[in-house]
Write a protein that binds this ligand. Structure first.
Ligand SMILES: Cc1cc2nc3c(=O)[nH]c(=O)nc-3n(C[C@H](O)[C@H](O)[C@H](O)COP(=O)(O)OP(=O)(O)OC[C@H]3O[C@@H](n4cnc5c(N)ncnc54)[C@H](O)[C@@H]3O)c2cc1C
Length: 384
């Protein structure tokens, strides 16, 4: 077993690090507090080949591995935490599901702009009455001449305020087998957005309403029976979510480490107090352990989708580690950590959200327990 990156991987990571330090680090604080999508970052990343890292070259991507994309998130986040979301959107989210299952026409229609950093795609799964129990979604697709009529509503969709196209989970028929997905364009007749809201992270989201929205046959992504394939693709999104938790936890840790080596109280550097040394030792252990679990899931996936179990374990651990480390880093920096002078408080707020988004910690642990006991456990009360 080799715990080192290959020379190509190390070269790639170093080139992304150079790019991130030169082009992104300068505006990191402003970017984290700005509203909207960082389009200027997206275009620079497109030019640098950082969108579509895992997408086949034939589809306009770079043909790399999932671990390459994880390395890119880590390198970018180390200079500009907010910009790591652009790596996520261009590699791990619904774009990857589209690249995997989309028809040639769908890919041609959407991927070109997405990979150029000119557009972003969002995934609409969650509904007011279907959160963790996502298979209870009600957004309905009714067959009509030449396509489908979509009626329903989605909440908490990341990028909902500005995405041009949505990968929307819909119901074609009852049960899990009746779920599939369509590509729904923002400017379609019948799409309306509710009032803008904000997550604790500062990111905007708007409720999406679909009223008799016509989606032609050409925009069907996965029909009835598509749910399992969608979730297999969604595990890539979870890897990106885990990678950002770890990377932002590490960012906060590095800020606090530097602070502890130059801030003096009681005539001594903070790093000379054992009470703080042990905090840093615990942070380091968590970061290293999280990274090993994340790299295992990503490396084993190679150019395919990651295993559900390894993904759940990596995400659960990275989400918790990222949050714990950012929290301890903030504590070690005192009032400065709690202030918006640095990005430590931002990293803490972002890490908190990833413990809920993309499969909450509890839902991931339910999944891991099923693997442990080699059986499924229905989460429903009473008889099925
Ligand atoms: C930052 C952020 C970004 C998001 N982005 C998107 C997006 O882009 N697209 C999208 O579709 N959705 C998105 N979501 C929504 C997210 O997927 C849901 O919030 C999540 O699935 C939980 O659903 P819920 O909020 O309805 O909570 P609920 O399902 O109501 O759960 C509430 C609490 O109960 C726990 N719980 C529920 N069921 C069980 C169980 N069986 N066992 C143990 N505990 C349980 C949960 O873990 C949670 O702690 C985002 C959410 C956040 C916070």
């Amino acid at each position: 077993m080799d715990f080192h990156l290959s020379s190509e991987q190390a070269q790639f990571r170093d080139s992304v690090l150079r790019f991130a330090r030169h082009e992104l680090a300068g505006g990191a604080l402003e970017r984290a507090h700005a509203s909207g999508y960082p389009w200027e970052v997206a275009r620079r990343m497109a030019a640098q080949g950082l969108l579509g890292i895992t997408i086949a070259e034939a589809d306009g991507g770079q043909g790399g591995t999932l671990l390459d994309a994880v390395l890119a998130i880590e390198a970018v986040a180390s200079a500009c935490p907010r910009s790591a979301d652009v790596v996520q959107a261009g590699n791990f989210g619904p774009i990857r599901v589209l690249a995997q299952y989309g028809s040639a026409a769908q890919k041609q229609n959407y991927l070109t702009r997405l990979l150029a950093g000119e557009s972003v795609i969002a995934v609409g799964m969650t509904e007011p009455d279907a959160g963790s129990a996502v298979t209870e979604l009600k957004t309905n697709a009714q067959r009509v001449d030449g396509g489908w009529r979509i009626n329903g509503s989605k909440v908490f969709t990341t990028h909902s305020a500005y995405a041009e196209v949505f990968l929307v989970y819909v119901r074609f028929a009852p049960g899990v087998g009746g779920i599939g997905s369509v590509l729904l364009e923002r400017d379609s007749k019948g799409v309306s957005v509710g009032k803008k809201s904000h997550f604790m992270s500062g990111e905007e989201w708007t409720q999406l309403h679909f009223e008799d929205v016509f989606v032609p046959d050409e925009r069907l992504l996965l029909g009835e029976g598509g749910f399992k394939k969608q979730i297999a693709g969604f595990n890539v999104e979870r890897i990106g979510n885990a990678a950002r938790s770890l990377a932002l936890g590490r960012y906060a840790y590095e800020q606090a480490r530097a602070w502890a080596m130059q801030r003096k109280q009681f005539g001594r550097l903070l790093c000379e107090f054992q009470g703080l040394q042990w905090k840093f030792a615990d942070m380091k252990i968590k970061l290293d352990a999280a990274q090993l679990l994340l790299y295992r899931a990503a490396a084993n996936a190679d150019r395919g989708f990651p295993s559900p179990e390894e993904t759940a374990i990596a995400k659960a651990f990275c989400n918790q580690a990222g949050f714990d480390v950012a929290n301890e880093a903030l504590q070690a920096m005192g009032g400065m950590g709690y202030s918006q002078e640095t990005l430590v408080e931002y990293c803490l707020r972002r890490c908190r959200g990833w413990m809920i988004a993309g499969g909450s910690l509890e839902i991931l642990k339910n999944r891991i327990a099923e693997h442990v006991f080699e059986r499924s456990f229905s989460q429903r009360g009473g008889k099925e």
